[in-house]
Design a protein around this ligand. Structure first.
Ligand SMILES: NC(=O)c1ccc[n+]([C@@H]2O[C@H](COP(=O)([O-])OP(=O)(O)OC[C@H]3O[C@@H](n4cnc5c(N)ncnc54)[C@H](O)[C@@H]3O)[C@@H](O)[C@H]2O)c1
Length: 257
């Protein structure tokens, strides 16, 4: 068994939703920091494309197709990572979807789909990976929350899920701390990805206008980029962050919380 506790170069990370956006940026960053990275996403070709970018830059990566909200799919994905790279000890629960609507128009499917990917997905992935973390006596889990956890019109499902991620994070930090595992959350504000493009479309605002107007409301006067979130994830996954656990870091260009 490789010793991931003492040898950072042996560490193996899983990033869910790693096929694009924030997840792909986190994957690139963790690979740059010396980890082997498995990018888990719904479509094999998206996961492969993100992995290819990492290997082209000299890193180690594989793409794995899986639906994080499905128990069997998660077991298969984590098994594949173990077989192809080794036992994963770093997990970034990043996969996410939006099904925005005002409460009176929100369907049960909209509710279940969002809670299913974010909360059930993070639960299933964390439960599958913790076994390897406990075996190794070392690990890192980073959960993607959101500034929407504080409330956001049209996002009853999403904000409930993202607030849930914070409670989930704090509880796992307590349960897994004795085994050398830290668990933290990142709550991004406005980050320029396909998810934002989807919101602009729903609000019938041209993307450029949406970005410019959003930047005016943010203290640092710019919208965030996936690399802003990746930098925070890299910190939580680092050796130096071993005494930081159960925390929620808002990466939002201003003091949201
Ligand atoms: N973009 C933002 O402004 C913002 C702000 C706060 C939080 N976040 C959170 O950050 C995370 C990443 O967001 P993003 O902006 O990069 O979004 P994105 O839509 O660009 O990427 C999300 C990825 O997750 C994948 N995914 C969705 N459902 C999945 C499932 N069931 N199983 C596996 N993969 C699945 C998608 O295929 C996609 O590749 C999400 O959890 C999101 O809620 C984003």
């Amino acid at each position: 068994m490789t010793d991931q506790r003492t040898d950072p170069e042996q560490r193996i990370a899983i990033v869910t939703g790693g096929g694009r956006g924030i997840g792909a940026a986190v994957g690139r960053r963790l690979a740059r920091d010396g980890m082997a990275v498995a990018l888990v996403d719904l479509r094999q070709e998206d996961a492969d494309a993100a992995a290819a970018e990492i290997t082209a830059a000299g890193g180690r990566a594989v793409g794995v197709a899986a639906d994080v909200s499905d128990e069997e799919s998660v077991a298969g994905a984590v098994g594949r990572v173990e077989a192809e790279l080794g036992a994963p000890t770093v997990l970034v629960n990043n996969a996410g979807i939006l099904r925005d609507n005002l409460l009176f128009k929100m369907s049960v499917d909209d509710w279940d789909a969002v809670l299913g990917v974010h909360l059930r997905g993070a639960f299933l992935m964390s439960r599958a990976v913790q076994k390897h973390q406990v075996d190794q006596g070392w690990g890192r889990i980073v959960n993607l929350s959101s500034s929407s956890a504080l409330g956001n019109r049209g996002q009853a499902n999403y904000s409930a899920a993202k607030a849930g991620m914070q409670g989930f994070t704090k509880t796992l930090a307590i349960e897994l701390g004795p085994f050398g595992v830290t668990v933290n959350a990142i709550a991004p504000g406005f980050i320029e990805t396909a998810m934002i493009a989807q919101t602009a479309e729903r609000m019938k605002v041209p993307l450029e206008t949406f970005l410019t107007e959003a930047a005016k409301q943010i203290a640092v006067r710019r919208v965030g980029q996936p690399d802003d979130v990746a930098a925070a994830a890299a910190y939580f996954c680092s050796e130096e962050a071993g005494y930081v656990s159960g925390q929620v870091l808002y990466v939002a260009g201003g003091p949201l919380s």
